[in-house]
Design a protein around this ligand. Structure first.
Ligand code: 13P
Length: 251
């Protein structure tokens, strides 16, 4: 039985004060809830250390939204895995479509980051997903297969226990257009069979596959009730304590 994971990707929202306010709001509301899933928040870098302090002793875990693949060096503006670890992160989102498209990250770049995250003891939340034109051209599975195969290249099966993967169709991100539970389930089931092909039946059975793209309290329960949908990676709806808690309750 896979445990569901609800993660909030804050993207470039919330300065330090706003971050503290949102975290306090989430923790306050969670006090009255019986939480049956793992909960992760991924604030911007500048709020990570402070967030780690606020989250100590709570059920909410901390993640970052990106990192560099090198340990250190002359990479102005970048952040390393050890910086994230020492700021209190347990998870790191890698390969988000906004990183792939706006910042031109390739499958190979992302693969290097995934490897580095594992070696640093961080758990990657590895994202992939097709664009609208790729879906309309009927190549969704082909694109997803390439992204997953290349992104996880040379990753040993023993690392998979610390991996979360997230299917985020690009056309559903921030658009209000959610993939239907059937559309999402179809890709999730395909990815599970791909993991079986690349690794083993046990690896496929155990891997946690989140869905992301316009998840809201109103559609979360339906999505999360599908056999192969093991959680949600939430953007817009995680920026308000009430809607984030609503999704956690659905899980
Ligand atoms: P939205 O929930 O705003 O569509 O964003 C999804 C996302 O990109 C999470 O990583």
């Amino acid at each position: 039985m896979r445990k569901k994971i609800v993660a909030g990707n804050w993207k470039m929202f919330n300065n330090l004060e706003e971050s503290k306010e949102l975290i306090n709001g989430i923790l306050e509301k969670l006090k009255n809830e019986k939480v049956n899933c793992d909960v992760i928040i991924c604030p911007p870098y500048t709020s990570l250390s402070e967030s780690a302090g606020l989250l100590k002793g709570s059920v909410v875990k901390l993640g970052a939204q990106n990192m560099h693949a090198e340990d250190k060096g002359a990479f102005t503006g970048e952040i390393s895995s050890s910086m994230l670890k020492s700021a209190g992160c347990e998870y790191v989102i890698l390969g988000h479509s906004e990183r792939r498209t706006i910042f031109n990250e390739s499958d190979d770049d992302i693969n290097k980051k995934v490897k580095k995250a594992f070696s640093a003891g961080l758990k990657p939340i590895f994202c992939f997903g097709e664009t609208l034109s790729e879906r309309e051209s009927g190549i969704t599975n082909e694109v997803v297969k390439r992204q997953v195969t290349e992104g996880l290249k040379d990753i040993p099966e023993s690392d998979l226990v610390n991996l979360v993967v997230a299917y985020e169709p690009v056309w559903a991100i921030g658009t209000g257009k959610t993939a239907t539970p059937e559309q999402a389930e179809e890709v999730h089931s395909f990815v599970r069979s791909l993991i079986k092909e690349l690794y083993s039946e046990t690896a496929a059975e155990n891997i946690v596959i989140q869905y992301g793209g316009s998840v809201k309290p109103e559609n979360a329960a339906d999505l999360l009730s599908r056999k192969n949908i093991d959680g949600a990676l939430v953007g817009g709806a995680c920026l308000k304590a009430d809607s984030f808690i609503g999704i956690i309750k659905s899980a």
